[in-house]
Design a protein around this ligand. Structure first.
Ligand code: AMP
Length: 304
């Protein structure tokens, strides 16, 4: 079942207390599609500049990602520079250069338009809407965003949310988007913008899903060696959507499993810089960690 993603493909410069990476492969759509490629076919929509290294294109192809929707434009590739302090839950953006994304007009290849699963990864909400408008009959639309867009394009973002089934967003951004500091109230307010469910990502504290009818809490996998949290949110979304597209059913059971697969992919992502850990995974390792999550959260009911 095919899955289309639009989002950034980037060159990231990242500093954490444990090291740094200069101009490494990154971007919301890159992390998403790499994670999702372990579950299903992924079709990528994005733009890079003429300076984008060929080896990264070869990497995406090697992961089996369909890059017919990845345009190469005159100009420089999107760049993001970020820093994390010892509190790895909070990214500090030092610089964002939209470059070729500033004038990007996505035109989806014909084969992309029949996709049933769509992920609008973190990027300008105008682009998210443009891509969504070209997909004929999406079955499930999920979306992510960040403070950069909440602050600059709030009206467009709220328009996009009317067409979105599930929003994934991190804790601070949920508060910012809703204007409410209590997470439960923030989630309720965001649901009133359109989505049927919202998944709040809480870094090392896991994720919470709110819908009108239920709340589900997933822990994060306890990891001793967290090197670089960049892309954890997008990897989460990749595991989440990848699983749903793979099992072809959307119900409470598959959504809960998908949240755990999302948490599994995020936990692998943070173990190394850029996509270094994620690019050398196996289905066996992914399923093994899924089972570890089951053990981590299992407890017996009271005897009646
Ligand atoms: P996250 O999963 O939230 O850690 O996402 C990190 C990725 O988001 C990085 O690889 C960046 O290249 C990308 N990114 C950062 N800022 C933006 C932005 N304003 N729009 C699109 N992508 C961004």
């Amino acid at each position: 079942m095919s899955l289309v993603v639009v989002g950034s493909v980037a060159l990231d410069s990242v500093e954490t207390p444990f090291g740094k990476a200069e101009e490494a492969l990154g971007g919301s759509a890159t992390y998403f599609s790499t994670a999702a490629s372990y579950f299903t076919d992924v079709k990528l929509v994005a733009v890079v500049g003429k300076d984008f290294p060929e080896r990264h294109i070869r990497f995406l192809k090697r992961m089996g990602i369909d890059i017919r929707g990845l345009q190469k434009a005159d100009g420089r590739t999107f760049r993001w520079k970020g820093k994390y302090d010892f509190d790895l839950n909070q990214a500090h953006t030092l610089d964002t250069q939209l470059n070729v994304f500033a004038s990007f007009r996505p035109v989806l290849p014909e084969e992309y338009r029949e996709a049933e699963y769509v992920f609008l990864a973190n990027i300008d909400p105008e682009l998210q809407l443009e891509v969504l408008g070209q997909i004929r009959k999406p079955r499930l639309v999920a979306c992510d965003t960040m403070n950069f867009w909440i602050e600059r394009k709030s009206r467009k973002l709220k328009e996009t949310l009317k067409y979105v089934d599930i929003l994934t967003i991190n804790e601070a951004e949920a508060r910012e988007l809703s204007g409410d500091s209590n997470l439960v109230k923030a989630a309720r307010r965001i649901l009133s913008f359109g989505p049927r469910a919202i998944i709040v990502k809480r870094g090392e504290y896991g994720a919470l899903m709110f819908s009108d009818s239920s709340v589900f809490a997933a822990p994060a996998y306890p990891i001793e060696s967290v090197f670089d949290p960049t892309g954890a949110g997008d990897s989460f979304a990749g595991g989440f959507m990848g699983h749903l597209a793979r099992v072809k059913s959307i119900n409470d059971r598959s959504i809960r499993q998908a949240i755990i697969f999302g948490s599994v992919m995020a936990s692998f992502d943070v173990e190394d810089f850029s996509l270094n850990r994620m690019k050398r995974l196996t289905s066996r390792a992914i399923e093994g960690r899924f089972r570890e999550f089951k053990k981590l959260t299992h407890f017996e009911d009271l005897k009646s």
